[in-house]
Design a protein around this ligand. Structure first.
Ligand SMILES: Cc1cc2nc3c(=O)[nH]c(=O)nc-3n(C[C@H](O)[C@H](O)[C@H](O)COP(=O)(O)O)c2cc1C
Length: 341
C-alpha cells in the first residue's frame, strides 16, 4: 500500500513505464547529473537521468557503470542530438541495457530513435510544438517531455502552463507526457497530473541535493537567489543569434551583453565577417557551466537555474525532496476531494 494513494493512482501509467516508484524525473543537468545524484534520485523513488552532455563514449561508459554500483533501481541517459558521436553513445547505452534514453537538444536525427528501440529501450523526446510532438510520437517515440521557459538551462519561448494546456488535452489519452519547467512544489505536480500529465520532470529543485557534487559556491548561489534573478540570456543584435539559456544573473551575464555590443560594432566596422562574429558569440559560454558547477566560479561561470530557484533554500537529501513533493501533491489532491464532497 502506497503512502500516497491519490498521487500514485494518477502516476500509475508513468511509473509502469519508468519502473520507478514515483513519476518524478530528475531532468538531466550537465555536470550535475552524474552518478551520485542520479543514483540518489532513483534510490529515493524518483527516476534519475545521467546527463551525457559532451562526454565521450568512454566517459559515458564509465558513468553508467559507476551509477550501477550505487543503485539497482532504473535510471535513464540523456543524449544531446547534435553530439557528433551520438550513435556510439547509443551503442554504449545498449551495452549496459539502459532502459530509457532521453533525446534532447533538437529533432532526433534519422535512425536514432530506431537505433535506441532496437536494443529494447524506451525513447523520450522533447517537442516544442504540438505538430512536431505528434510527428515524433507517430515515428516511434514512446513518451514526450514538454518544457516551459521557466526552466533552467536552454529554454524555448513558451511558459509551462501554456504548453500544458496546448499539448495535454489532445495527447493525454494515448500518450505519456511529462511536464517540466518551474515546478518547485507538489501542488504544481498535482495540477499537471489532473490536467493529464503522466508525470513531471524537475531540475532546479534537485540541483543542490546533498548528493549533488555541485560546488558549495554554486549551491550557495542557488540558496540566496530568488525567481527574478534566474533570467534568460538576452540577444542584443538580430545578426548575432543567441540561444536563450536561463541562469542566475552574475558578472558573466553583463560581460555577455558587452561582448555582443563589441562584436556587433566590429561587424559594422568590417573588422570581422559574419561567420567569425557569430562564432565568437556562440563560444562565449563554452565551458561556463562546468566552471560554475565544478570549479565554483559563480562570477563568470554559468549558474543555470530555473525560476523555481527561490524555493531551493538548503541542502536536503534527494529522497527527502521527493518525499516532500509527494506529500504536497497528495495533500493538494486530498483538498480537492473534500471540495467535491
Ligand atoms: C544546471 C542545469 C543544467 C541542465 N542541463 C541540461 C542538459 O544537459 N540537458 C537537458 O536536456 N536539460 C538540461 N537542463 C534542463 C533540466 O533537465 C530540466 O528539464 C529543467 O531543469 C526542468 O525545469 P526546472 O529547472 O524549472 O525544474 C539543465 C537544467 C539545469 C538547471
Amino acid at each position: 500500500m502506497t503512502a500516497f494513494p491519490k498521487s500514485s493512482a494518477l502516476m500509475q501509467r508513468a511509473t509502469d513505464f519508468l519502473g520507478s516508484e514515483y513519476a518524478i524525473l530528475c531532468g538531466a543537468m550537465s555536470w550535475v547529473s552524474e552518478r551520485n545524484l542520479v543514483a540518489a534520485i532513483s534510490n529515493g523513488g524518483g527516476f534519475g537521468v545521467i546527463a551525457c552532455g559532451a562526454m565521450t563514449p568512454e566517459l559515458l561508459d564509465a558513468e553508467i557503470a559507476g551509477t550501477k554500483t550505487l543503485t539497482d533501481k532504473p535510471f535513464g541517459v540523456n543524449l544531446i542530438t547534435m553530439h557528433p558521436m551520438l550513435f556510439d553513445l547509443i551503442d554504449v547505452c545498449a551495452k549496459h541495457g539502459i532502459g530509457h534514453v532521453v533525446l534532447a537538444g533538437g529533432i532526433p536525427p534519422k535512425g536514432s530513435v530506431e537505433a535506441i528501440k532496437a536494443f529494447g529501450a524506451k525513447v523520450l523526446v522533447f517537442a516544442p510544438t504540438l505538430a512536431l510532438a505528434k510527428k515524433l510520437l507517430r515515428s516511434g517515440a514512446d513518451a514526450l517531455v514538454i518544457e516551459g521557459m521557466e526552466a533552467g538551462g536552454h529554454i524555448g519561448p513558451v511558459a509551462t502552463s501554456v504548453l500544458a494546456q496546448e499539448f495535454l488535452p489532445s495527447l493525454k489519452e494515448d500518450h505519456l507526457v511529462f511536464v517540466a519547467g518551474g515546478i518547485g512544489r507538489g501542488e504544481a505536480i498535482a495540477g499537471y497530473l489532473e490536467m493529464g500529465a503522466a508525470g513531471v520532470q524537475l531540475g532546479t529543485r534537485f540541483a543542490c541535493a546533498s548528493e549533488s557534487i555541485a560546488h558549495p559556491a554554486f549551491k550557495q548561489a542557488f540558496f540566496r537567489a530568488n525567481a527574478r534573478e534566474a533570467i534568460a540570456s538576452v540577444q542584443v543584435d538580430p545578426r548575432l543569434p543567441v540561444i536563450p539559456v536561463r541562469a542566475l544573473k552574475n558578472k558573466g551575464t553583463e560581460e555577455f551583453t558587452a561582448k555582443q555590443r563589441e562584436v556587433a560594432q566590429m561587424l559594422d566596422d568590417g573588422k570581422v565577417d559574419m561567420a567569425a562574429a557569430q562564432l565568437e558569440i556562440e563560444h562565449f559560454w563554452a565551458g561556463a557551466l562546468r566552471r560554475a558547477v565544478i570549479d565554483g566560479d559563480v562570477e563568470s561561470g554559468s549558474i543555470m537555474a530555473g525560476q523555481s530557484v527561490g524555493m531551493v533554500k538548503e541542502e536536503e537529501p534527494a529522497a527527502q525532496i521527493i518525499q516532500s513533493l509527494m506529500q504536497e501533491c497528495e495533500a493538494a489532491l486530498g483538498r480537492r476531494e473534500r471540495i467535491e464532497e
